[in-house]
Design a protein around this ligand. Structure first.
Ligand code: MRU
Length: 378
């Protein structure tokens, strides 16, 4: 999957819509990499079943905030494409039911709710269409969400690469790469862009306990692309920073509150504190669809708790005694004061984030988050 020049050649699509016939999007099916199987097996999951899409989001077969949003949009299409509703109001009700159901899959990444809300808004804006026409309109919208994501990731990469120097080493936590988006990723986008520009960037990937998105996914996709990557166990980050091996930290986000407080994979907050202690810049990279301007601070961000078995029986082995109590939040919130800058598709926001995030989001109303008070459902 690497070209002769070492540049990434089209990696397999993280998620896509596969129409049954070339002349229409409907009927079709959603196809995604089953990320729970990486790095051992590169296998795809194909389905026309909304419950299978819900399960894929819940079980992290598809994961990462932007990819979850795309999957949810396609999930909504799978739900309504078989609708037998003759009248549009009934069809819209079925869409709402599917969206409400998909919204229960995971609570933290705001992109899930943003994408579902966008699908509902588009349907209502075309309420003059028949159910048959609306199915095609919704499939087009879901594909548009995917295509826009690709553009946003590239734009984030272009802004982010300006923060790196040839020969830099960056540390990242979890996976905010192509597997977490349509392609390129958010935190990893500058790495891919730097590679395209012939810069040499070394990446240190935190393993990311308990589900190992860093070692299973980030290391896999960077290695596939020919990027120099080293995996460390999470509790080594302080040591490698102290050794002077890290020039910058780049992470993604699941939700950013209006004041810049940022939810990301559990362990990110600790990395931010370490970066501050070692005077290393700590950058968050995320599209504006990850901003949630309706929340004043990170205290309001809902934090998902995962099943105890992900800790007690990680990857096929018993790793804790039977009956032990387990607490397993999937995300933490890094306070804005630890964040050097937030890079989105419109540019680089610096503190004071209340002002700078607002300026970024105002640049494109289409990317206002679902819960943004200015985003109204007609
Ligand atoms: O539980 P996950 O694997 O979905 O967590 C993903 C992350 O924390 C990512 O860093 C975040 O969603 C940003 S993806 C561009």
């Amino acid at each position: 999957m690497t070209s002769t020049k070492g540049l990434p050649v089209s990696p397999p699509a993280t998620i896509e819509w596969v129409p049954d016939a070339p002349d229409a999007l409907i009927p079709g099916r959603v196809r995604m990499i089953d990320q729970t199987r990486l790095p051992e097996d590169l296998v795809h999951l194909e389905t026309t079943d909304v419950e299978a899409v819900w399960e894929a989001i819940k079980m992290l077969r598809v994961r990462g905030a932007p990819a979850i949003g795309i999957a949810a949009a396609f999930g909504a299409v799978t739900a309504v494409q078989s609708s037998t509703a003759c009248a549009t109001p009934q069809f819209l009700q079925e869409l709402d039911d599917a969206a409400n159901y998909l919204a229960t899959a995971r609570p933290t990444a705001v992109n899930l709710f943003w994408a579902l809300d966008r699908m509902k808004r588009v349907a209502r804006a075309h309420a003059d269409q028949s159910p048959g026409e609306l199915k095609e309109t919704l499939a087009r919208e879901a594909v548009r969400i995917l295509e826009e994501d690709l553009e946003m990731c590239r734009a984030i990469g272009r802004h982010g690469v300006s923060l790196l120097k040839d020969g830099s080493t960056v540390l990242t936590h979890c996976n905010a790469g192509g597997l977490a988006t349509s392609r390129y990723g958010t935190a990893l986008a500058p790495i891919y862009l730097a590679q395209e520009e012939g810069m040499r960037i070394h990446v240190i990937a935190d393993e990311t306990r308990p589900l190992l998105q860093g070692s299973r996914l980030t290391a896999w996709e960077l290695q596939q692309a020919g990027v120099d990557v080293t995996v460390i166990v999470d509790n080594m980050a302080a040591h490698v920073m102290h050794q002077g091996r890290v020039d910058a930290v780049l992470v993604g986000s699941d939700r950013i509150a209006a004041n810049g407080d940022t939810a990301n994979k559990i362990g990110t907050y600790g990395v931010a504190i370490l970066a501050r202690a070692h005077q290393i810049p700590f950058y968050v990279l995320a599209p504006t669809s990850t901003f949630d301007m309706s929340l004043q601070s990170g205290d309001e961000i809902p934090i998902e708790e995962r099943a105890a078995s992900e800790i007690t029986h990680g990857f096929g082995r018993k790793t804790a005694p039977d009956g032990v109590k387990v607490y397993s939040p999937a995300f933490d919130v890094t306070p804005a004061e630890y964040i050097t800058a937030i890079v989105c598709e419109h540019g680089i926001a610096k503190p004071d984030y209340r002002e700078s995030l607002k300026q970024m989001i105002d640049m494109n109303p289409a990317t206002w988050s679902a819960s943004d008070p200015r985003t109204t459902t007609p």
